[in-house]
Ligand binder design. Structure first.
Ligand code: DC
Length: 222
């Protein structure tokens, strides 16, 4: 049985998932799950503890409350790990790469399943953004989208986002990082970033954020 007020947005890095997810959540007054932030938190913990031991990382992850809130006015995802604000630290390319490395690990993925599924409250509705939202976490979702875009366009968007939070990185390095992450996220054995059989794939290269949101709303509203 498909769930009508559950929308999954998966895809490769920088294809516009986050922007679309936030604007749809605001428009439809649904909750928002940014699952990449949970994986980035895993990456941050690994960096801080200087370990890749999945059990040690999962223990630390479960030791504090995780709050992820979208600040509409600042256009920033605020993240608190316990009482500590880690919003900007999570955006670095180093943390993103560590997140992608650890996302291959089944113990880490299993640890995050409950964290993610707890976001869905059928009275409210949910937009879930990630890599395996439609395939593994919420296969029952009625609306599944998989976003792709050219590497040049994705790198441009990522550069803009990094600048917004005060992080500097040059374009060739960024393109190499994105390609390396794509390769890992798409080709891993568990929960690869591939479209669900019932997902609609959209190439966002030539679409504005507004254009993409309207296209998706038109599909959902029929
Ligand atoms: O969406 P993001 O760039 O913030 O995600 C960071 C990394 O986390 C990404 O390279 C792969 C991993 N990830 C994942 O494996 N599964 C998800 N549902 C979300 C993110």
């Amino acid at each position: 049985m498909k769930v009508n007020n559950l929308i999954t947005i998966d895809g490769i890095s920088g294809a516009g998932k986050g922007t679309l997810a936030k604007s749809l959540a605001l428009e439809l007054d649904y909750s928002l799950l940014d699952s990449g932030t949970l994986y980035r938190l895993v990456g941050l913990i690994a960096k801080r503890l200087e370990t890749s031991d999945s059990k040690e990382i999962a223990k630390e992850l479960n030791s504090r409350e995780i709050i992820i809130e979208f600040n509409d006015l600042k256009n920033l995802t605020e993240v608190f790990f316990g009482s500590e604000r880690v919003s900007e630290e999570l955006r670095s390319e180093e943390v993103a790469m560590k997140a992608s490395d650890l996302a291959k690990n089944s113990y880490i993925r299993n640890t995050l399943i409950k964290h993610q599924r707890d976001y869905f409250d059928s009275n409210k509705g949910l937009i879930a953004d990630g890599r395996d939202m439609g395939t593994v976490i919420f296969p029952q979702a009625k609306w599944k989208f998989f976003l792709i875009a050219s590497i040049e366009e994705r790198a441009k968007r990522r550069l803009r986002q990094l600048k917004e939070v005060g992080l500097e990185v040059n374009m060739p390095t960024l393109i190499d990082n994105i390609k390396a992450r794509d390769e890992q996220d798409t080709n891993r054995d568990i929960s690869p970033a591939v479209p669900a059989d019932d997902a609609l794939t959209i190439d966002t290269s030539d679409l504005s954020a507004e254009g993409l949101k309207n296209k998706v709303l038109k599909i959902i509203k029929g």
